[in-house]
Ligand binder design. Sequence first.
Ligand code: ADP
Length: 232
Amino acid sequence: MKSEFVATVSHDLRSPLTLMRGYATMLEMVGELNDQQKGYVRKIITGVENMSRLVNNLLDLGRIEIGVGLQVEHVTVLDIIERVTSALQLQASQKNISLSVELPKDMPDAVEADEGLLNQAVHNLVENAVKYTPEGGRIVIRTLSQPGYLTFSVEDSGLGISPEDLPRLFEKFYRGKQREARSQPGSGLGLAIVHSVATNHGGRVWVDSTVGKGSTFYLQIPLTQPKESKTA
Ligand code: ADP
């Protein structure tokens, strides 16, 4: 019931948010604004965007938790990596962070998974790496293949995670206690989504991290899904 409530409410929140963002953006087009007014409009837009992000995350989590069922298909591993890197390249370049990909020769071409969810999970990991890595850092996305499994790893040279945060990192709404990490916008749902996606595919997610040096997140899923969960 809780998940259904979350999904319904989040959905009804989306349309007024779109409206608010639209009108806030249009204010400047219908008349001259002074600098203070422009500043206020920017603050409104940032607030609305943060709320939209939260609502979208709640919707995703709601969908996964209700167990709508995985839309399992053959997903090309390279497609996922390319989609994620092209979506986040600009954000990385703005912080002068190098974003590279290293793939082993024996990497499986495809994996059975829900493409949308897998894409979202890898996206969240790389987005966090960009968020929690200071200017001039480095991020490497890799895949590791073990028999029967595909593992994505995302290594960053960022803030790292303190040992007191590690056990709770994948909980809903949990945010790290470090001040530098808190200065980034977020609702603490990104890793909860990655965790749900991993477990729904019979996989897992874990992290190795050292404060001040960086973190490596691993997302491992089986190459094939049980027959009954396949839709095609
Ligand atoms: P959010 O980023 O919205 O806070 P997440 O669930 O994505 O939520 O992450 C939870 C917390 O884990 C973050 O608040 C941050 O403290 C920590 N974290 C996640 N990814 C990284 C990373 N790559 N480096 C350092 N800290 C991270």
